[in-house]
Design a binder for this molecule. Structure first.
Ligand SMILES: *Cc1c(COP(=O)(O)O)cnc(C)c1O
Length: 714
């Protein structure tokens, strides 16, 4: 691993005068959720744009001066650039809107999260949590909500995935600065780099601040790669979810405690601190510390009661591995005795804050119990997850409390429509519903009526084109693979015939984890292959997803899947696309026919990829868990199985049968039943129902509105 440290060096590029606005546009991720913004870069050199992995910094530094000057002399392009620049400037010029009893320009909401999935060119996310946080910021920007966000800048980001001939996942880490990053150093009033100090490992560790512009929203990232720090401390923010328990604890100290100190230095006095997942919960200790400095006579409990009033917590998973719990032997050495004393706590009392039962010395320090104790409100991320969380944490509350009275509510997740709806659909809506079609999304009835009026053939045409695009992408992505001795679903000698645009295509992309049951679809291989090989009505599959580098079981699941080698059409009708990220996700959720999700109930807190698919008319084919219980209406996709929770074995068995039955009796017949015009009208009706009903309900604008009305207000 490359341990040399690079200081910040913006990639060098110099733009012809007529194109200088591109530099400003490239430094704000606003372009990434505007089809005309993306086009501004791509249209200069489409092949290089893909080669640069849609990273404007890299793209602009690699592009030839000749090509730039050609564009600088192209009136059409200059007109396009001027139009976008005008739109961008007008967007930025609008001041944030104060919320009554909520965040205001003077006292914004402060959003804390360990990962952010803004765009694939800023690889500081691993999956759902990060994407959700990114979409939260984008909606805050679009809705002009006063919100500032805090996170960490991981120098080596999250890993890039490849899969070897043997099907075993391999990880690659690269310094994310080498490709160029749209982040800016933050300076203080005297022109020095703005840093904050946190006491870590018995010494002072400095973190420097970076700024990421997400439209109107500012995202600040802390990074310990500062020359004053010792070598090991410079790697605290080295990898997202990397390292051992101690690394995680000190990372979370930088995020929480460093994050509050950063906001203070920036002069930001938040109306509310939103702890998005428990990783940032140490921020509450800093708030207590501040309070006790100002109110020396107060007790810890008084301070706790006071600071709780401005802290809200969102829990994201009912899976125990997803809830950070630190053995007390690891945790205590990470906090100085003085700090704990200054909080007016004994070490035992401190440890008790993170336990379900504070007196149980064997219990680890859980960030979820800790965050629950230190926040005014707590919420899960779907109605079902709220209920599951109340049951999960009930023991923290008084003995006779009824499950329904446990103070954990819910706000169902959402995704950002402009980020996830295919540009081709956006332009169809623009044509049919008008330029400001997005405003219709917040009006359920108007949106649904408008969608219904669009003729079926237009929907089908847009969808078919997206499907062709996906298949071309798959063939291209897998073409460069050198193969071993045989074709497998991730390595192919010849990809020209891989997948067919006429075949019912099922997408399955998610983190590899056992509860997601990657193997459910292959559990009855004979029954599955019969469907895949059906000459008249075949099905094909596209898989993608990463296993956590330290999760051996997950890597085995992946290996098993990609190693299925069979004398059937499986090899050409199933494909695994490596390195699932936002770019791959976009192709998939926009181009497949069906989005499959088969988690073991009730472990999917919400799920968000299905929402992205739904907004593109891709029909969900999913277990009734998480968001899908709320979204499914019988006509906008397919439900698998029922709502009962049985033993794990029974559930796996029943769900597998339900999966195949639904596939055979509903999906396949509906998809292949065509009118004289070749269009599957019943299917298209479901696509339209999906877009009409699920887009408003699962938009991140709706989610943010819920947070403003029900959580941030005080
Ligand atoms: C949306 C998304 C996720 C989260 O999907 P879930 O359905 O919530 O698991 C993970 N990774 C990427 C790259 C995504 O785009």
């Amino acid at each position: 691993m490359d341990l040399t440290f690079h200081s910040f060096q913006p990639l060098g590029f110099s733009l012809p005068d007529p194109l200088v606005d591109l530099e400003r546009i490239a430094m704000n991720f606003y372009w990434s959720w505007q089809p005309d913004g993306v086009d501004l870069f791509r249209s200069i050199d489409p092949a290089l744009w893909d080669k640069s992995e849609q990273n404007p910094q890299k793209f602009l530094s690699d592009i030839s001066q000749l090509r730039l000057w050609q564009k600088a002399n192209d009136p059409d392009y200059l007109e396009q650039l001027a139009a976008f620049t005008g739109k961008f400037d007008a967007y930025l010029a609008e001041p944030a809107k104060d919320e009554q009893n909520g965040p205001t320009k003077a006292n914004p909401a402060a959003y804390f999260c360990a990962e952010y999935g803004i765009h694939n060119s800023l690889p500081i996310y691993s999956g759902g949590l990060g994407i959700l946080a990114g979409d939260h910021l984008k909606s805050a920007s679009d809705m002009n909500v006063p919100l500032v966000a805090v996170g960490l800048l991981y120098r080596y980001g999250y890993f890039r995935q490849s899969v070897g001939h043997d099907g075993w996942q391999q990880e690659r880490y690269t310094n994310i600065f080498t490709a160029g990053l749209a982040v800016e150093p933050v300076y203080d009033g005297s022109g020095e780099r703005l840093t904050v100090s946190v006491h870590i490992r018995g010494r002072i560790v400095k973190s420097q601040a970076w700024l990421v512009k997400v439209g109107r929203v500012k995202l600040y990232l802390l990074d310990t790669n500062v020359t004053d720090n010792e070598e090991v401390d410079r790697m605290i923010t080295g990898h997202l979810y990397g390292g051992n328990t101690e690394t995680r604890i000190v990372q979370e100290k930088v995020l929480g405690i460093g994050g509050v100190r950063l906001l203070r230095k920036l002069g930001v006095g938040p109306h509310v601190f939103h702890l998005n997942e428990g990783h940032s919960a140490f921020l509450t200790l800093e708030l207590v510390h501040e309070y006790l400095e100002e109110n020396p006579a107060a007790t810890f409990e008084e301070a706790q009661d006071a600071i709780k009033e401005c802290c809200v917590f969102t829990t994201h998973t009912p899976v125990s591995a997803g809830n950070d719990a630190f053995p007390t032997g690891d945790l205590l050495p990470c906090f100085s005795a003085d700090f704990i004393k200054e909080l007016k706590l004994t070490p035992e009392q401190f440890l008790g804050l993170g336990r379900i039962d504070p007196g149980d010395k064997n219990e680890a320090f859980g960030m979820t119990p800790f965050a629950l104790r230190m926040s005014r409100t707590a919420n899960g991320v779907s109605e079902k997850h709220g209920e599951v969380s109340r049951g999960l944490w009930i023991d923290m509350f008084s003995e006779n409390i009824e499950p329904n009275d446990v103070p954990i509510t819910f706000v169902t997740n959402g995704v950002h429509p402009p980020t996830w709806i295919a540009p081709a659909f956006q332009s169809l809506y623009e044509e049919r519903l008008g330029k400001d079609w997005h405003t219709l999304v917040s009006d359920k009835n108007a949106w649904s009526t408008a969608i219904d009026l669009i003729p079926n053939d237009e929907f089908w045409r847009v969808h078919s084109n997206l499907k062709h695009l996906l298949i071309a992408f798959i063939r291209e992505k897998t073409r460069v693979k050198e193969t071993g001795s045989a074709d497998t679903i991730h390595e192919h000698r010849d990809t020209r015939m891989l997948c067919s645009p006429d075949v019912l295509t099922i997408g399955f992309a998610r983190r590899v984890a056992s509860y997601k049951r990657w193997d459910l679809i292959t559990s009855d291989l004979q029954r599955l292959l019969k469907l895949v090989d059906d000459p008249a009505r075949p099905v094909q599959f596209v898989f993608a997803g990463k296993a956590h580098p330290q999760d051996w079981t997950a890597k085995q699941i992946l290996q098993q899947l990609v190693s299925i080698n069979h004398d059937s059409d499986w090899q050409s009708r199933a494909v695994f696309v490596e390195d699932y990220d936002q770019e791959v996700a976009r192709y998939l959720v926009q181009g497949v026919d069906v989005w499959m999700n088969v988690p073991r109930r009730p472990l999917e807190a919400s799920g968000t990829s299905g929402m992205k698919a739904a907004m593109n008319g891709v029909l969900n084919f999913s277990i009734l868990d998480g968001w899908w219980i709320e979204g499914y209406n019988g006509k906008n996709g397919f439900g698998i199985g029922g709502l009962d929770v049985e033993s794990e074995e029974q559930m796996d068995e029943d769900d597998a049968v339900a999966l195949y039955d639904t596939l055979e009796n509903k999906l396949i017949p509906t998809f292949y039943s065509r009118g004289a015009d070749g269009i599957p009208h019943d299917w298209v009706a479901m696509m339209k129902n999906s877009i009409a009903t699920l887009t408003p309900q699962f938009s991140s604008d709706r989610m943010l509105r819920d947070y403003l009305d029900r959580i941030y207000k005080s």
